[in-house]
Design a binder for this molecule. Sequence first.
Ligand SMILES: *Cc1c(COP(=O)(O)O)cnc(C)c1O
Length: 219
Amino acid sequence: MSIKENLLHIQSQLPSHVTLVAVSKTKPVADLMEAYNAGQRIFGENKIQEMTEKWQQMPKDIEWHMIGHVQSNKVKYMIPYVKLIHGVDSLKLLKEINRLAAKWRKKVDCLLQIHIAEEDTKFGLDEMELEEILNSDELKTFQNIRIVGLMGMATFTDDNEQIKREFLHLKSIFDKNKQLETLNLKLETLSMGMSGDYQLAIECGSTMVRIGSSIFGGR
Ligand SMILES: *Cc1c(COP(=O)(O)O)cnc(C)c1O
């Protein structure tokens, strides 16, 4: 199937409250353009340099999402055009994003990444660390970011029951903190689900899925 067919097939399965991020990491601009021409406007990349190069070459009505782990010293390169940063996992990083966004007179949307998988290898906050950030006084002073939701990745396993438990765990953390609302904090987006598990993620309350290989083919 072509990229366009894959995309339309996935789109047809998504409820209207679920946003599709087309994860285009490692894929050439020609592939992204095929998705763009089929109507896709949100693309996710996990390396800043690759995202920058694609941003330069592609139409400017695209929303670029950084889905990978973000290093503080690289934030400056993406601030000019990034719309949403999915993998924020410290107050220090929020502070740096805020500082650079202020320079550009922008507001940058962020998701806080929560560690839900069993593997140690995946980044993210635990529940206590999340609450510390959400309730910190320093956060309230950050005028150039907005925390708009949470993101998580399930364990890489065939065990659907385990994946479901992990997604429901994230959903419960999301619901627990949903009532918090300040000038730069309101949890509305729950980014969970990839090619292998997005249907399950949607059943568990996802509002944003990040899908790569089911659109563009294997990497
Ligand atoms: C690569 C990646 C995806 C997409 O994975 P697929 O299995 O190809 O759909 C989603 N989220 C993150 C954080 C990724 O790094």
